[in-house]
Design a binder for this molecule. Sequence first.
Ligand code: AMP
Ligand code: MG
Length: 323
Amino acid sequence: MMRRIAAWVTLLLLLPGTARAEWHAREAAIMGTRIAVEVWHEDPAVAAAAIDEVIAEMHRIDELMSHYKPESQLSRVNREAAAAAVPVDLELADLIVRALAFSEMTGGAFDISYASVGYLYEYRERRRPTAAQIAAALPSVNWHLVVVDRHASTVRFGLPGMRIDLGGIAKGHAVDRGIAILRGRGITHGSVTAGGDSRILGDRRGRPWIVGIRHPDDGDRVIARIPLEDAAISTSGDYERFFDEDGVRYHHIINPRTGTSASGVRSVTVIGPEAILTDGLSTSLFVLGPERGLALIEGRDDVDAVIVRDDGKVFYSKGLAPP
Ligand code: AMP
Ligand code: MG
């Protein structure tokens, strides 16, 4: 009898398409970036349904917050909020409130109103604003002039010409939403990635997940490997969207004080409990630089960071420093 049961179990494991515990993975292109979802579940149908829901959630967030989509709520805010308070979903209002908290925390290094000058850059077309255009737009880069009424769920700008963009935290938010969906479906091992932002649920069935930090100039070279369980990790790099001109790299992370691409750093990786936190901090640290950036990280007990300076020197926060 025992032997017959054993043979039956073996057959089940060998039959293709039969329910068996394994990893299920999918990739998609959403929010202008690569989305990857991986889950472990004994039932492939449960895994597929969970992945479907995560992908649908990414599309939903993109529809709400994309500045490429004229009909998104964010685009409507950018068109109308200088004239009148614009009603938005509470999710968007809350995300903007969260962004303003990052501005407060970083002394304005993180500022979603960077977009008031940021939209003048077109990296693919190698287009950038003149010094005069930057000077004219710079007064509108001021997070104090972004006013959210959480009660009424509205957003209002203090100056005409202001624009906001959530590219510095929206992917982290989407990743956290994805993990919440997996958890809600009873999944205990998985990962969700949106571009440079990932979050890991559980371990890789008895071992940690190993996440590599790439070399800023070579996507195939890894400068550090970090074992992770139940954690989020975000990397901001000057190689994501950029063009080079006369030895200067014009890239997508803007110093709100100058209106030009932040200099001195090639990449920043932050590890912490939630992707919205690591996403916001990685962008912030890129602007702050190694010294002020690490001071911010060491002042908290929930995050670590790896910073690659433009001369190649790598800085680790105390929690990661090699012995
Ligand atoms: P990340 O890839 O998460 O570092 O985010 C980079 C994105 O953040 C850019 O593509 C912009 O959408 C946005 N961003 C750029 N500069 C800033 C800034 N100083 N504060 C907030 N968001 C920014
Ligand atoms: Mg970020």
